[in-house]
Design a protein around this ligand. Structure first.
Ligand code: GTP
Ligand code: MG
Length: 558
């Protein structure tokens, strides 16, 4: 079979060495991603990414000079035997009773100093730590300096605690050596629960078929080929596979050479973390999906939302009142002077809604509470529907984790909406604060013709009085056949009625225009509220999605 050195070289050449700065940049990008989506996405799916950022930070800060390698496998596969063979000492008890190893043992090659904190972090108890000092071994062991080899308990144990310990450590170590034996190499548990799960880490995985001395020599290549086939099925096609036996002193040499090479490269820790980042990025990638443009301001859903908000804010009632108030005020200003007083006694439709005040004083408009009628149930459900539509439009095309976040954002400030709408309506300039010039002109004309009629009446009354008292009669000038006072009286009255009759359609037309103007202004005031209270939070989520995508690109870049 191919030498392990070559196989490792081949496997590791595929991607080249991991640049530590690049790895740190990728981890920082994942960290930024978490910051961006914080508050927008649920926590649970982000746990692996958070754990990775934390773990990677700690692992890199502890030691980049050490390589932590774990021997993992089923009970009796020979982990402890291989551990002792590597250490060339009986450090971890080998037994016939299964399972033997209950607690992780560690052996450190070279000075312990830097490794102590790493072993503390790994949770290996001090009494199970051993040191191979090069002083004792001369140069023989110097090629393994920086190696921390762990002998794990069995993962298929009847002891649940063993499995927990193995799972915990497999998440932390830099390289995993799976030890299998000829009896159990095809065991489904090892393949389904572990090897297949580990395919993201094929760069930092080795498989050892141990106890080959138990097989007839001719069968070894056949079993290795069968195991290779199973590993390929697990997605571990590039993973080095080697044979070993502790029955022969040179049996574990292949594994030793592999470990020497790994130690020399000082890449395992970086490769492991790089593989972890790949796995996390792949999961985050699924969460983020394709780019999604922000909701366009002219989207029909936004229009529908503005209309629904307008209805809830009472815009239709207010604009109807504006039209009525215009007609009322125009009639009061331009009507026949004698009927004006009576008109003025009738309440102004806008004042009834407490909307007649000038918008000039912002403090006043802030506290102004209008008496616009409460929204009907139909208006409220129309608003709920419009909110749903906006949410769906904004979130369409986003992976399933986002729409909830968009919906929550759209509803986050709903509690403040009624007051904000009331303030917007109260503060809007309805264009009804000043009397129109044409009202004054027509009003003046009405006074003029009324005065003419009054003068004619006075003149006639004076003529009758003089006649009744037998005094010399006034001879009023004649206009054609009609005496001037009569003409003044009748002409004044008729002209008054005529002006009033002509003014009415004009006032109706102008009232409709006033209504339209008020509607435009109120609609844009209400749209601003909708933008601030509903659309801005939705936009923030969509922007977070876009930012998250951008940083994920950095995190992906190996
Ligand atoms: N013939 C032969 N026996 C081996 C070999 N490696 C281990 N053994 C024997 O297999 C049995 C189990 O070995 P251990 O090293 O204790 O196995 P382990 O994987 O540590 O087992 P646990 O600690 O229970 O998980 C022991 O009796 C060893 O002597 C080998 O290469 N050849
Ligand atoms: Mg053991």
């Amino acid at each position: 079979m191919t030498g392990i050195g070559e196989r490792l070289r081949e496997a590791f050449r595929a991607d080249g060495p991991v640049d530590p700065d690049q790895l740190v940049a990728r981890l920082e990008a994942v960290h930024r991603f978490l910051g961006i989506v914080d508050g927008h996405l649920p926590d649970t799916p982000l746990v692996p990414a958070r754990t990775l950022v934390e773990r990677a930070g700690t692992r890199l800060s502890l030691s980049r000079d050490h390589t932590v390698v774990a021997l993992a496998g089923a009970t009796g596969s020979g982990k402890s035997s291989l551990f002792n063979a590597m250490a060339r000492m009986d450090l971890s008890p080998v037994g016939v009773r299964r399972p033997t190893t209950g607690v992780t043992h560690a052996c450190v090659w070279g000075p312990l100093d830097g490794g102590t904190r790493l072993l503390d972090w790994l949770g290996v108890l001090p009494r199970h730590r051993f040191v191979r000092e090069s002083v004792l071994d001369g140069d023989d062991e110097s090629t393994l300096h920086g190696l921390i080899l762990l002998d794990l308990p069995d993962f298929d144990s009847v002891q649940h605690a063993h499995r927990l310990e193995v799972d915990r450590l497999l998440g932390l170590v830099d390289l995993v050596v799976w030890v299998v034996d000829p009896q159990k190499y095809a065991d489904r548990v090892v393949h389904r629960s572990y090897l297949r799960e580990f395919h993201q880490h094929r760069d930092v995985t080795l498989v050892v078929l141990n106890q080959t001395d138990r097989l007839p020599a001719a069968d070894v290549p056949r079993v290795l080929a069968d195991l290779r086939r199973l590993l390929d099925k697990d997605g571990l096609d590039e993973v080095p596979l080697l044979a070993s036996t502790v029955a022969d002193p040179t049996g574990p040499d292949g594994l030793r050479a592999a470990l020497e090479r790994t130690v020399a490269e000082r890449q395992a820790a970086l490769r492991r973390l790089s593989g972890d980042v790949d796995a996390v990025v792949a999961a985050l990638d699924e969460m983020v999906g394709a780019p999604r443009p922000a909701l366009a301001p002219d989207d029909p859903a936004v229009d529908a939302l503005d209309r629904a908000l307008g209805a809830v804010a009472g815009v239709p009632a207010v604009v109807a009142a504006v039209e009525q108030a215009y007609r009322h005020r125009a009639a009061s200003a331009t009507g026949w002077p004698l009927t004006r007083i009576w008109r003025r006694l009738r309440p102004d439709p806008l004042r009834r809604l407490h909307l007649s005040g000038p918008p000039g004083d912002p403090a006043e408009s802030l506290v102004a509470a209008t008496s616009v009628p409460e929204p009907s149930a139909a208006d409220k459900s129309a608003l709920a529907l419009a909110l749903r539509t906006v949410t769906e439009r904004a979130a369409s095309g986003l992976p399933s984790i986002w729409p909830d976040s968009v919906a929550t954002a759209a509803r986050a400030r709903l509690g403040d909406l009624p007051d904000a709408l009331d303030r917007a309506v109260a503060g809007a300039d309805l264009g009804m604060n000043r009397p129109r010039t044409w009202w004054r002109l027509v009003g003046g004309l009405q006074w003029l013709v009324t005065l003419a009629a009054a003068a004619g009446l006075g003149w006639l009354v004076l003529g009758y009085a003089l006649r009744a008292l037998g005094l010399p009669e006034l001879r009023p000038p004649m206009v054609g056949e009609v005496p001037a006072p009569t003409l003044l009286l009748l002409g004044g009255l008729l002209a008054g009625l005529l002006v009033a009759a002509l003014t009415r359609p004009l006032a109706r037309w102008a009232a409709r225009r006033a209504r339209q103007r008020a509607e435009t202004r109120l609609t844009s005031a209400v749209a601003l509220v909708g933008d601030e209270y509903v659309l801005a939070p939705v936009r923030a989520v969509i922007a977070a999605h876009a930012d998250a995508r951008t940083v994920l690109e950095v995190a992906r870049h190996r």
